[in-house]
Design a protein around this ligand. Structure first.
Ligand code: MN
Length: 292
């Protein structure tokens, strides 16, 4: 198989706040170097790099807001997030846990630091990805997959060098738990210094690595430090990653959905008319009711 090379090692751009609780760097999109379509079906990646949250009796976060036409995947590395939605759902995403929410035909939700965690405060670190849905699947009813860390299947490296938590898809015959609507691989690679891994994805799958902790060298030449995103080219299948220190990497790879993407705030549809309709449905209260 042919080697897949590095296109770009992206450093974090200045952070901005989402609500008052999430201080994020946008890696998808990333200016003209990495537009929303480039990592399709991954159309947004907000990375909340480590920051200290002061103790507060009033949890910080984002109040009631809609989503329609895609899925949000929230991965907590440090701290805890509590969520509630207009379908009566809710829960806590703890360290190492993943929440895969299908917004589908429309949901209202709110996301805050978990109440007890907020009282103590601490280091907060998480990722939120938006995964696009095909026109057909934009009509799905909203649902959650709450994937606690212990339930994530693991591939263990030899010599106690660490593990690959397979959130979705497959790594060396270990299959992930998340049900996806299109082919997606998503792993949390948690390895020790010196660990070497190889990856192989179909050439047309859009692929990237986010360095959460530590640092890596890709294909023996491209170095990527903490809080950097490695965008891989679509010029081959196989690539190698070496951990230069104890490292955590989020690896994502997915088959692009061959449909137009029209995004407006929290709505991602195929046409402008559908965006207008989505916004109107939201103002008419068709996504349900959720108290502040
Ligand atoms: Mn949201």
């Amino acid at each position: 198989m042919k080697t897949r090379n590095v296109e770009l090692v992206a450093s974090p751009r200045p952070a901005h706040f989402v609500g008052d609780g999430f201080r994020v760097h946008n890696f998808i999109p990333y200016g003209y170097r990495l537009e929303m379509e480039r990592m399709n079906p991954f159309i947004l990646l907000d990375y909340n790099s480590k920051f200290f949250v002061k103790p507060s009796d009033r949890p910080k976060g984002v109040g009631v807001h809609p989503h329609k036409g895609f899925e949000t995947v929230t991965i907590a590395y440090k701290g805890k997030v509590e969520h509630h939605d207009s379908h009566g759902g809710g829960g806590v995403i703890g360290e190492g846990d993943v929440q895969w929410m299908t917004a589908g035909n429309g949901v209202l939700h709110k996301e805050f630091h978990e109440k007890e965690w907020s009282k103590k405060g601490g280091i907060f670190q998480m990722v939120q990805l938006w995964v696009n849905l095909s026109a057909k699947n934009k009509k799905q009813n909203p649902k959650y997959q709450s994937i606690v860390n212990q339930a994530i299947p693991r591939y263990y490296l030899d010599n106690d060098k660490g593990k690959v938590e397979v959130i979705a898809g497959e790594y060396k015959s270990v299959k992930g738990t998340a049900l996806t609507f299109s082919p997606i691989h998503m792993y949390n690679v948690k390895v020790k210094k010196g660990a070497e891994l190889d990856f192989s994805f179909p050439v047309h799958y859009n692929t990237a690595l986010l360095v959460i902790e530590g640092s890596i060298t890709v294909n023996g030449q491209e170095h990527a430090p903490t809080n950097h995103l490695v965008l891989m080219l679509n010029d081959g299948e196989d690539f190698k990653v070496k951990a230069d220190e104890d490292t955590i990497v989020l690896a994502i790879s997915g088959e692009p959905i061959q449909e137009p993407i029209v995004a407006y705030g929290p709505f991602v549809m195929n046409t402008r008319e559908e965006i207008g309709q989505a916004y109107q449905d939201f103002t008419l209260g068709k996504y349900g009711v959720l108290a502040d």
